[in-house]
Design a protein around this ligand. Structure first.
Ligand code: NAD
Length: 495
């Protein structure tokens, strides 16, 4: 059977709001356009939810909550497992859709679908493993019973950069734990979440368990939800400034929150590193998702003794990237998400250059349609430059030089962010020392990729609160309830 055309694929994606098990229009029939960042052309128009639509979704989630929490964990897990199988079977469709709305090369979209589907499988397996405990108090008398209960209806807000993985990383553990949800995907890339919703509903999620609202005014929609007593949890992935605002709003009701926020990953290449392996690691850590990843290497810190060799080899590798629409097989770097992002990336590079940095490759906005920016390597970069202090979110590698391990650690830890750090060294003691000293929620040793559904993903400092994935991921959606019980032998003992 031949692959569907883009038009046929898009025609199969729902474009309404999913509330209480049905697709429907937004209040007043309002819609907005989703565009292809490689061309700027429109792809589809989707429902633009109002605050009232958001509240209707929360009402549906609240109505479904009790029964979903009572549904056996095995049954919840089996629905997720069927979801995993369906997403995997339709992985090519999902990959093409991700490339259309987000722009990354097809090969990377395929990898994201595999990664994103894996959260459905992982949490299908975790659902039946949620357990409490029964213990005897230290004095041998009372009994302590600890129960785990689903938190209740959750609002899940996701960013545009990994359209399927950011959704499954939240929906799967929430649903596995017995929570119902309102998912609000980013307005730049809502189509993947809409198709995912249809697939999960077809896999058996009952009405009201997964509600999805798309909107161009997320602040107006989330405000009333955060102050509504029926909402029990907010899980947000996105930028630190928006995360801060949402945490402040959540504080009013002491709402439980998980925050997966921005990063500014240091990538350390030590004097004893395998330089070729470090270059390959840096290529992946920098160029995966075109640099539009919270875990992207943002500051490349290289020991002076290997700096020249490393920088030359990195420049050669990055110059070899083929920039173009993600749908073309030869493309290895797609466009940035929009003109605003491109202006920000170009502005950071121009600012660094005017402060003394040197461009070894790239650094120029190309002519023509789409939001392309070339792979760029900068040297003579100083720690006080904005490009080092801010999250770049683009294919730009600033290289800084250090002279000893202490200086490298100080420099790496000087950021307000603390999501991930990367270390390349052949010295085991040094690797472990650095893994203990670096202030980040994750550390990659001799690898440029740490993301794994079986591992706890998340940051320290301004990179966030809570973890997604691993055995930790489901905990974010569970309450711990303690039941104190009188000593069952009290009467027998005559007490
Ligand atoms: P963003 O903060 O602009 O938006 C994220 C989501 O929040 C979107 O759905 C958006 O519509 C919504 N939003 C925006 N303003 C809002 C408001 N006032 N109230 C409620 N919702 C609001 O971020 P982005 O540009 O979509 O994503 C890029 C950012 O996400 C980067 O900073 C990146 O590091 C971060 N990110 C973090 C992780 C992680 O796991 N730590 C993963 C991916 C992306």
């Amino acid at each position: 059977m031949s692959a569907p055309t883009d038009e046929a694929l898009l025609a199969g994606v729902p474009t309404g709001l999913h509330v209480d098990g049905a697709w429907r229009d937004a209040e007043g029939g309002r819609r907005f356009e989703v565009t292809d960042p490689a061309t700027g052309d429109g792809l589809a128009s989707v429902a633009d939810a109002s605050p009232a639509d958001g509240l209707a979704a929360l009402a549906a989630a609240e109505r479904a909550q009790e029964e979903w929490a009572r549904t056996p964990a095995r049954a919840r897990g089996e629905i997720l497992r069927r979801g995993f199988e369906a997403v995997t079977a339709r992985s090519e469709e999902f990959a093409r859709l991700i490339t259309m709305e987000m722009g990354k090369p097809l090969a990377e979209s395929r990898a994201e679908v595999a990664y994103g589907a894996e959260f459905l499988r992982w949490f299908s397996e975790e659902a039946p493993r949620v357990a409490g405990r029964y213990a005897t108090a230290p004095d041998g008398a009372n009994r302590l019973m600890v129960q785990k209960r689903p938190v209740g209806p959750c609002l899940l807000i996701t960013p545009w950069n990994f359209p399927i993985a950011m959704a499954t990383r939240k929906v799967a553990p929430a649903v596995a734990a017995g929570c119902t949800v309102v998912l609000k995907p980013a307005d730049l890339t809502p189509l993947t979440s809409l198709l995912l919703t249809q697939v999960l509903v077809d896999a058996g999620l009952p009405p009201g368990v997964l509600n999805v609202v798309t909107t161009t005014d997320p602040a107006a929609l989330s405000g009333p939800l955060l102050s509504d007593h029926r909402l029990r949890k907010l899980s947000f992935t996105g930028s630190t400034p928006v995360g801060r605002r949402l945490m402040a709003a959540a504080a009013e009701r002491v709402l439980k929150v998980s925050m997966e926020l921005g990063g500014n990953a240091p990538f350390l290449v030590c004097e004893d590193a395998d330089v070729d392996a470090a270059v390959e690691g840096a290529v992946v850590a920098k160029m995966r998702n075109g640099g539009e990843a919270c875990v992207a290497a943002n500051r490349i810190l290289v020991h002076r003794s290997v700096a020249e060799e490393f920088t030359e080899k990195l420049t050669a590798r990055l110059s070899g990237f083929v920039t173009g629409p993600g749908s073309e097989p030869a493309t290895t770097l797609g466009p940035l998400i929009d003109e605003r992002s491109r202006r920000k990336v170009a502005g950071l590079v121009d600012d660094a250059v005017s402060a003394g940095a040197r461009v070894l490759t790239g650094g120029r906005v190309p002519e023509g349609p789409g939001y392309f920016y070339p792979p760029t390597v900068l040297t003579d970069v100083r720690a006080d430059m904005a490009i080092v202090q801010q999250e770049i979110f683009g294919p730009v590698a600033p290289v800084l030089v250090f002279d000893d391990e202490h200086e490298a650690v100080r420099s790496a830890n000087s950021s307000e962010f603390g999501l991930v750090s990367f270390v390349f060294t052949r010295d085991l003691d040094r690797a472990l020392r650095l893994s203990e000293r670096l202030e980040s929620g994750m550390v990659g040793i001799n690898t440029g990729v740490v993301s794994n559904p079986a591992a706890p993903f998340g940051g320290v400092k301004a990179s966030g609160l809570g973890r997604e994935g691993g055995v930790e991921g489901i905990e974010e959606y569970l309450e711990t309830v303690y039941v104190g019980i009188r000593d069952p032998f009290a009467t027998e003992r005559g007490r």
